[in-house]
Design a binder for this molecule. Structure first.
Ligand SMILES: [Zn+2]
Length: 81
């Protein structure tokens, strides 16, 4: 059972992840690979069209904004209780 990234044995390693269609891999190798692969979860950024990339950026910014607002709203409630 070898890691598909570094090709070393994964048996006995404490942090092992299962890669779909690949088998077990060292989680550190997998993280490294995901970063260099420019992907997040199953999204491969390099496969996206530039418009889609901008759309994704907007969505992330909107989500961060919404959470910021939710956070400050929660703090507001805390102040009045
Ligand atoms: Zn490895």
């Amino acid at each position: 059972m070898n890691c598909p990234y570094c090709h070393k044995n994964v048996v006995g390693h404490s942090k092992v992840v299962m890669i779909l269609g690949e088998g077990p891999a060292h989680s550190s190798c997998h993280e490294q690979h995901s970063l260099s692969d420019r992907s997040f979860n199953s999204i491969h950024f390099s496969n996206l069209a530039i418009e889609e990339l901008h759309e994704l950026k907007e969505m992330v910014l909107m989500e961060l904004n919404a959470r910021n607002i939710a956070n400050s709203a929660n703090h507001g409630i805390e102040l009045f209780t």
